[in-house]
Design a protein around this ligand. Structure first.
Ligand SMILES: *[C@@H]1O[C@H](CO)[C@@H](O)[C@H](O)[C@H]1NC(C)=O
Ligand SMILES: *[C@@H]1O[C@H](CO)[C@@H](O)[C@H](O)[C@H]1NC(C)=O
Ligand SMILES: *[C@@H]1O[C@H](CO)[C@@H](O)[C@H](O)[C@H]1NC(C)=O
Ligand SMILES: *[C@@H]1O[C@H](CO)[C@@H](O)[C@H](O)[C@H]1NC(C)=O
Ligand SMILES: *[C@@H]1O[C@H](CO)[C@@H](O)[C@H](O)[C@H]1NC(C)=O
Length: 351
């Protein structure tokens, strides 16, 4: 091939501007299964880590099981959240070698970056409270005055430590890059939006003490919502994600809404820079697997309806035989007997 100067420029731009997800560290979900987090040599065996993450890993080895757990949780939660849509988050498993659905600055990438960053904060904050880590303990009592008849106490999730570690770890891939790079700015923003979502779902939990549950004395602490709830909040943000472009404002490069009439994004909003395909057909360049072969729901009117899932191409039906336990009886004491029942179920599969 003849590499003309113009082609070199194109290749260089693709290299700098093209593939730059900051969530390759999610590969720890797989790699971690073969590693034990009691020696620093494990750190360089996670191929998705950037050098700063490998360093952080060496220095805070004891936190790595929490990071591994966070990566697994992000994976599972994302697939639950999007399982019945055309883009079903199955590609998150490919870490560190993503396709362009997650490698480029799409809405889907925005969501996964936010969720992954949230998952680290969440897991580490909980690990502190559970006493798994030497570096941290339960949260200190909130500064605010209790607004009722209770005192602060118990053991709160250590969100402060979670946020500190989480931003150092999850933002490490963006830190070395030029701050003016569009996708770096986007990733930083969405990563922070994920951390905000964690903080926003904090609630106060209480426990009663006193004679026979009279609740004379109440102690309360701040507790995080489950990751499923956080993921749900972020999926809401995903549906209202704002497309942005880079503009020079004063001396700084900033991301602003592409549509000048659109509202300016807040720190909790998700932003993206590249339109997604509709994920109907296979398109390797766009990171779309297509929906051929996906199951759909004939009675649903949601994203899993056959009309939407199959993109109007139609579907085939087939029957499957399901065997399950039924007519279960409890016998005193202590066992259960069940029959095996079989029934047929109709399934629909996109053409
Ligand atoms: C873990 O180790 C086994 C056996 O050495 C290997 O087959 C497998 O591919 C490894 N898995 C990962 C995720 O590295
Ligand atoms: C690390 O843990 C593994 C199993 O969890 C154990 O076999 C190994 O001896 C430990 N290594 C060190 C250096 O403690
Ligand atoms: C606090 O407790 C006292 C006595 O039990 C009661 O009179 C008061 O109404 C309570 N205040 C609130 C805000 O619940
Ligand atoms: C998710 O989508 C991919 C690509 O269409 C498909 O291969 C996979 O089976 C789907 N996963 C689930 C759980 O539906
Ligand atoms: C299909 O969708 C309907 C309506 O939303 C729902 O009640 C039903 O459980 C779904 N069926 C399957 C197999 O998911």
């Amino acid at each position: 091939m003849d590499f003309t100067p113009a082609l070199w420029v194109i290749l260089l731009v693709m290299f700098i501007d093209g593939r730059s997800s900051a969530i390759k560290w999610l590969s720890i979900a797989d790699a971690g299964k073969n590693l034990s987090w009691n020696k620093t040599s494990s750190c360089r065996k996670v191929s998705g880590f950037v050098p700063e993450q490998t360093q952080l890993c060496r220095r805070t080895l004891e936190v790595m099981p929490a990071v591994e757990y966070a990566a697994e949780a992000a994976r599972k939660t994302c697939q639950e959240q999007f399982g019945n849509r055309r883009w079903n988050c199955s590609s998150i498993k490919k870490a560190p070698h993503f396709m362009n659905d997650l490698e480029k600055g799409t809405k889907e990438a925005a969501y996964v970056h936010a969720l992954s960053s949230a998952a680290v904060v969440h897991t580490v904050a909980r690990a502190c409270a559970a006493g798994y880590l030497k570096a941290c303990t339960c949260a200190r009592n909130p500064g605010e005055k209790p607004d009722g008849n209770y005192t602060w106490g118990g053991c709160g999730d250590n969100v402060k430590f979670g946020l500190e570690f989480g931003s150092r770890f999850a933002d490490a891939p963006m830190r070395k890059k030029k701050r003016s790079h569009t996708q770096t700015l986007m990733n930083l923003h969405n990563s922070e939006a994920g951390r905000l979502a964690v903080q926003n779902t904090m609630t106060t939990k209480c426990k009663c003490h006193g004679v026979s549950g009279s609740c004379n004395v109440k102690t309360c602490w701040k507790s995080l919502a489950d990751l499923t709830e956080i993921s749900h909040e972020l999926a809401e943000k995903y549906s209202y994600a704002i497309k942005v472009v880079k503009r020079k404002i004063g001396t700084r490069q900033q991301l602003v809404p592409e549509d000048r009439r659109s509202r300016r994004h807040g720190s909790g909003d998700l932003i993206f820079v590249e339109n997604s395909p509709n994920y109907c057909m296979v398109n390797n360049r766009k990171g779309s697997y297509g929906t051929t072969g996906r199951l759909c729901n004939k009675t649903s009117v949601g994203p899993d309806s056959c009309q939407t899932m199959c993109c109007g191409r139609g579907y085939n039906d087939f029957t499957v035989t399901v065997t399950e336990r039924c007519n279960c009886k409890y016998h005193w004491c202590c066992y259960v007997t069940c029959d095996q029942c079989t029934r047929t179920e109709k399934k629909y599969m996109c053409k």
